[in-house]
Write a protein that binds this ligand. Structure first.
Ligand SMILES: [Zn+2]
Length: 159
């Protein structure tokens, strides 16, 4: 076992996250090495152990690949495979559905793996044939712009 994998076993956030999965998405399958955190900000989050142990990997994220499905368990399963087998650092799905589908944000340092994910989508669609999986490619976090907005927001709140 990789040393970082041990963090999952002793992680208090993972204990709460596993309980959320058991009660909300019992059909979702997540590899045992992946952190599963029921965050307080509206999102259930998954982290690869190496990324959770290394702030640099999380800081290198500039955006996300987006998947949609009414079947949240399928999205969580897809994220678990990508984090455990293909080196993606983190992912999230919301507690509340927006419209008819849930969104899966699969985080990455850049958009270079767009094609590779499209190639694997056929396998995921075969595995979860009822899930109507949709793939909407890459969306930049645009962190600079977000930072400007939040600074403006804070200034406006102080007036
Ligand atoms: Zn954890």
């Amino acid at each position: 076992m990789h040393p970082a994998d041990l963090l999952v076993v002793t992680c208090p956030a993972c204990a709460a996250g596993a309980e959320w999965l058991r009660t909300h998405e019992p059909r979702a399958v997540v590899p045992a090495t992946i952190h599963r955190h029921a965050s307080q900000d509206g999102w259930f989050r998954l982290y690869a152990p190496a990324a959770w142990a290394d702030e640099g990997q999380l800081a290198a994220i500039t955006g996300k690949y987006l998947f949609f499905s009414p079947d949240r368990a399928a999205l969580i399963g897809l994220a678990g495979v990508e984090l455990a087998q293909y080196g993606f650092p983190a992912a999230k799905v919301p507690y509340q559905r927006a419209g008819s589908a849930y969104v899966l944000c699969l985080y990455a340092p850049d958009a270079s793996r767009k094609r590779e994910l499209a190639d694997r989508l056929a396998d995921y669609r075969a595995q979860w044939s009822e899930a109507s999986l949709e793939y909407r490619y890459w969306k930049s976090n645009d962190a600079t712009l977000a930072g400007q907005y939040s600074a403006q927001f804070l200034r406006s709140r102080r007036r």
